[in-house]
Design a protein around this ligand. Structure first.
Ligand code: RB5
Length: 144
């Protein structure tokens, strides 16, 4: 069973809570907050959770905010994080196969619960293809 983190601001809180419960049988989920719907700043909560991926406390992270945009921008500021904002199963699959995304970002105010769950399931089950994609993913780390 994969050990996966989950983190959101208030905009992603409701979807985070749904996913945390729904995924119990298929992954060990570590909740990095937020704990309720009071307003919090996504750059802080998401970047702190991303550090748990970099330290290998968890194998990957599901990150949520209202749109998914702020969480994506915050996550991708950290070297070694490859965060993919996905609204469908195809991009979730490709984010693993081609980009080796270690953070899946969802917009809590954008997509429905069942679609989000299917996106997460696809993301969890899909492996990185490596090969030419490995070269490209490595090049990302030379950009800053
Ligand atoms: C919070 O209101 C909202 O701005 C945040 O969740 C996110 O959508 C930012 O990109």
């Amino acid at each position: 069973m994969k050990k996966i983190g989950i983190a959101s601001d208030h905009g992603g809180f409701e979807l985070k809570e749904f996913l945390r419960t729904a995924l119990k049988e298929e992954a060990e989920i570590v909740d990095y907050g937020t704990k309720d719907e009071s307003s919090v700043d996504y750059p802080i909560i998401i970047s702190e959770a991303c550090k748990k991926v970099l330290s290998k406390d968890v194998e990957g992270l599901i990150a949520l905010c209202g749109t998914g945009i702020g969480a994506s921008i915050a996550a991708n500021r950290l070297s070694g994080i490859r965060a993919a904002l996905c609204h469908d199963q195809f991009t979730a699959e490709m984010s693993r196969r081609h980009n080796n995304a270690n953070v899946l970002v969802l917009g809590g105010r954008i997509i429905g619960k069942e679609l989000a769950l299917n996106i997460v399931r696809t993301w969890l089950r899909t492996e990185f293809e490596g090969g030419r994609h490995e070269r490209r993913v490595n090049q990302l780390e030379t950009l800053n």
